[in-house]
Write a protein that binds this ligand. Structure first.
Ligand code: C2E
Ligand code: CA
Ligand code: CA
Ligand code: CA
Length: 279
């Protein structure tokens, strides 16, 4: 949504002025937040079939505002996306995730891949790949420990740039998930052209998948599509045993959701990682 662009306001309307002020204020607060390190990551496990098999983590950003308390990403990511702040935030997220992985390795824990959410603007900015390369070297971490989650929208808008960037990420051994799959304007054609690894079934289809035929069908279709394209699937937002059993029957084996784990602080994650065998 580009309607936030200020130049589009041909006729002055008071409510618009208010919105512009609101995002300008917010942008200033985000900048201060970045400078004062008010952002941190929480990690939600991705499991293979059961709670005991944590195979990856998703890093989710949180803002600890000194006055407002914890501000959820839905409040500030859309505003950051209106400017280049989203790139600064994205770089900070990658840096924090790799810092954390390095810490786990140094504690002799066996790390699992960490997925970070990358916004479309950052993906096609030309800055993402060099930054990731530099950070992987800096922390001496293999790309195979990093995953990128991108939503469908950006992939369709600028498929040529995306193919190039994704190829470069793949060359670093980084895996690529399409987030919120099924909510965008999927065309099967672009799916074939992009070097992807994982389709992430959106929460909105998982919610009623065990009791609403249309949603069961949508999940089944996505799972079969992924199989045919040689991709993996993960279902997000799994909250109940009913949803889980339906998805297992449909052939999905990787899950993320409150039924297994909520997003957790890094120190809680340590207990879920196994100790690396002494050599
Ligand atoms: P998302 O990538 O689809 O992330 C999943 C969201 O669903 C997370 O909310 C997570 O806490 C929540 N969730 C997980 N399991 C369940 C469940 O079983 N039930 C329900 N009801 N919710 C569940 P969160 O952390 O508030 O993030 C919201 C969105 O903000 C994310 O959606 C993502 O689009 C964006 N976001 C979060 N962190 C970042 C980031 O570092 N960078 C960017 N660009 N976007 C981010
Ligand atoms: Ca995500
Ligand atoms: Ca998602
Ligand atoms: Ca979502």
């Amino acid at each position: 949504a580009k309607e936030g662009g200020r130049d589009n306001y041909k006729i002055f309307q008071p409510y618009m002025a208010e919105n512009v002020t609101k995002s300008a204020t917010y942008e200033r607060l985000i900048k201060i937040g970045l400078a004062k390190q008010q952002f941190h990551l929480v990690y939600q496990p991705k499991v293979f079939r059961s709670k005991d098999n944590v195979i990856a983590l998703e890093a989710l950003i949180r803002w600890d505002h000194p006055q407002q308390g914890i501000i959820p990403p839905s409040e500030f990511i859309p505003i950051a996306e209106e400017s280049n702040l989203i790139i600064q935030l994205g770089e900070m997220v990658i840096n924090q995730a790799l810092t954390q992985i390095r810490e786990w390795i140094d504690q002799d824990l066996t790390p699992v891949p960490v997925a970070v959410n990358v916004s479309g603007k950052h993906l096609i900015s030309d800055e993402l790949v060099p930054f990731i390369k530099q950070q992987l070297v800096l922390f001496s971490i293999p790309g195979s420990l990093l995953e990128i989650e991108i939503t469908e929208g950006v992939l369709i808008e600028d498929i040529e740039s995306c193919i190039n960037v994704l190829e470069e990420l793949k060359a670093l051994d980084i895996s690529i998930s399409i987030d919120d799959f099924g909510t965008g304007y999927s065309s099967l054609n672009y799916l074939k052209r992009l070097p992807l690894d994982i389709l992430k079934i959106d929460q909105s289809f998982v919610e009623e998948c065990h009791r609403k035929d249309e949603d069961t069908e949508i999940c089944a279709t996505i799972i079969n599509l992924a199989k045919n394209l040689n991709l993996n699937t993960i279902a997000e937002g799994v909250e109940t045993e009913g949803q889980l059993n339906t998805l297992l029957q449909l052939g999905c084996e990787v899950f993320q959701g409150y039924y297994f784990y909520k997003p957790l602080a890094a120190n809680k994650i340590s207990a879920l990682l196994t100790l690396t065998n002494p050599t």
